[in-house]
Design a protein around this ligand. Structure first.
Ligand code: BG6
Length: 495
């Protein structure tokens, strides 16, 4: 692939995301020759840092990535630091001067990527200033990559969107959902659309229910200030999980292009039933972790975590049932669950197929043989920590008589392949450089997701519950199991 040419301006250049994800991802692109001589990075944040200090920090973030010292130093020499108060217009003038200078020095052809990796309340201000202070040019491209959260509900998201759209056209806005950069999330489309064995069955005639689990062992760590306003519903379901539901539920696009995929995803999201508040309470369950053990480690209550309110009503766990009212999915529940401090880190999707119409192995007439129900065929997509997929089928047990038992066809990428595959952020940054928005969230998707989520949030806000209701190290409150049991199902994955 050709070398990419661009100037990155990272707002939030001293932050955790920049250090953990962005700099290492840029370095991997550099090691692959996708970034070479014609790129530069301006990191901005409030604190006063020198270029030298900034470069030291950047080098530190990539020290474990098998680069030679020469490579690391050469890469870091493309980084520049600019102390910046986002509300101060003059600071943008300095930024413009530096951008122009770097544009000339590195021959960047006016290509510019602005990356907003900081507190969302500043997104609007920054974007307005980019225009008013004439930082945006007619030359090359100006693209905006924007981190979540995109709003706190539909209204605030819409307001933010209008502010941004007054400056950037939709095609230049790249709303990050890092799950869309994950290998196995991208693989959902391959599994569906490259295998007739699945696509021919991918509907309510053959699928009983779909189960999506995004469990984490981590607690809120040092993010209590943010999380205690957001909660699991807004932190995970509004974005990552609904994106996955859309990819699983959408109709086959007429071509595998950004516009076609997007249009199908939007249609799928629009088909998700908008519950009344009462229905939301019936179909969604929330939980908050209390003290408990994961392996040998003892953990404290969520409410005792730093920056969390002592009587917090914020959920650290959500389980729920989405219904999709269209021809393909009518009657097929999509169950989802996600939470912090659960038994283990595991992101996986289970597609549970319907039973055969008649179980001929059921021996009703012979009282000595127990009646058995056949277990369902299950297609599992493992997203992380291992990556791959498996299919559970029924076979005959070896020996006399005729007893069936499940057999699993299991494919996992090797640890080596997984370790060498590009990280989500690396892929998404490259997509941004290529102007390819396929793996980003379009405004129509974000808007519809908020409409779905707002109802659940409003219903919950009106009905406080007794927290904590699950212990750290478990798979959530009992109600999350009852949710499926009342429909005659159970979570296929029970670690
Ligand atoms: C982020 C959430 O979007 O995703 C975090 O804000 C969560 O709370 C994280 O921990 C999970 O991402 P991953 O890639 O580690 O599964």
């Amino acid at each position: 692939m050709d070398e990419k040419i661009a100037l990155f301006t990272i707002f939030g250049g001293t932050g955790d995301l920049a250090k953990r994800k962005l700099y290492p991802s840029l370095f991997r692109l550099y090691q692959k020759g996708l970034l070479k001589e014609h790129f530069a990075v301006i990191g901005t944040a409030r604190r006063e840092w020198t270029d030298d200090y900034y470069r030291e920090i950047v080098q530190d973030t990539i020290k474990d990535l098998n680069g030679t010292q020469e490579e690391i130093t050469a890469f870091a020499s493309h980084f520049y630091y600019q102390a910046h108060n986002v509300n101060d217009s003059e600071n943008y003038d300095t930024l413009k001067a530096l951008s122009d200078e770097l544009n000339n020095r590195y021959q960047l052809e006016g290509n510019h990527i602005y990356y907003l990796a900081m507190a969302p309340q500043f997104f609007g201000t920054i974007v307005r200033h980019l225009k008013s202070q004439n930082i945006l040019t007619e030359e090359g491209f100006d693209r905006l990559i924007i981190e979540k959260p995109f709003g706190a509900d539909y209204n605030s998201a819409n307001e933010l969107n209008e502010e941004i759209r007054a400056v950037f056209p939709e095609k230049d806005i790249f709303r990050i959902d890092h799950y869309l950069g994950k290998e196995m999330i991208q693989n959902i489309s391959a599994i569906r659309f490259a295998n007739n064995i699945f696509e021919s069955q991918w509907n309510n005639r053959y699928i009983d229910n779909v189960q999506i689990t995004f469990s984490e062992c981590l607690g809120v760590e040092d993010r209590g200030g943010y999380y205690d306003h957001s909660g699991a519903l807004k932190d995970m379901v509004q974005n990552h999980i609904l994106q996955v539901v859309a990819l699983l539920a959408m109709e086959p696009p007429v071509a595998f292009s950004e516009a076609e995929i997007r249009s199908e995803k939007v249609k799928a999201l629009k088909a998700i039933r908008l519950y009344s508040e009462e229905e939301a309470l019936q179909n969604f369950v929330r939980g908050q972790y209390g003290a408990g053990k994961i392996e040998d480690n003892q953990y404290i209550d969520y409410r005792a975590e730093p920056h969390v309110h002592e009587n917090s009503q914020i959920e650290t766990f959500v389980a729920g049932k989405f219904l999709i009212d269209n021809f393909r999915w009518s009657g097929v529940p999509f169950y989802i669950r996600t939470g912090k401090r659960m038994t283990e880190k595991g992101t996986r999707i289970n597609i549970v197929f319907k039973q055969v119409p008649v179980n001929v192995f059921r021996r009703d007439c012979d009282e000595n043989i127990e009646k058995t129900d056949l277990p369902p065929n299950v297609l599992t997509i493992y997203i992380q920590p291992t990556e791959g997929f498996s299919l559970t089928l029924n076979g005959k047990e070896i020996g006399q008589g005729f007893t069936t038992s499940p057999a699993k066809l299991d494919f996992r990428h090797s640890a080596e392949t997984t370790a060498n595959s590009p990280e989500a952020y690396e892929k998404l940054l490259l997509d941004g450089l290529n102007g390819d928005g396929t793996n980003f969230s379009h405004w129509d998707e974000v808007a519809q997701s908020w409409r779905i989520i707002d109802i659940i949030r409003q219903a919950w806000d009106k009905t406080p519950v007794a927290f904590p209701n699950y212990a750290a190290g478990t798979m959530g409150p009992e109600a999350a199991f009852d949710l499926l049991a009342q429909d005659g199902f159970h979570w296929e994955w029970q670690p």
